[in-house]
Design a protein around this ligand. Sequence first.
Ligand SMILES: [Zn+2]
Ligand SMILES: [Zn+2]
Length: 151
Amino acid sequence: MSISDLTPHDLLAEAGIEDTPLRHQVVRLLSEADRPLAAPDILELVRREQSINKVSLYRILDLLVEHGLVRRLSSPAPPDRAFRYCLPGGGKPHHCHFYCTRCRKMECLDCTEAPAVLERLASGRGLVVMSSDIRLDGLCAECASKAGLEP
Ligand SMILES: [Zn+2]
Ligand SMILES: [Zn+2]
């Protein structure tokens, strides 16, 4: 079964998290987005349907990250300091990301080999890897064509 077949309820249950309306909505938004989202974006999307304060949202995100359902990605370079949250990382193998420095959108790359290769390399040297976060920075296709640059 692929992650797209799983409902937010299934995903929460699998991660051992109790389903509440707010958690449900956060998981649904992240799974529908299919790209990592920053907390302020999630806050705005949740508020279209339910009221939520920032603290509650951060608590929910922390819970989802602690249970391994959602991955918290390192923040891009200043002034964009917002952590992104990726749900596909919970159900799919760990993958890489791309960040556009112009429009500040982050995308999931369908690449699971690079993290696996690096983790094997590290373990071969006796290093114990707890997590990894591989990101390429540059211009997305749309921004590259606006800038007149070929990818
Ligand atoms: Zn862009
Ligand atoms: Zn991702």
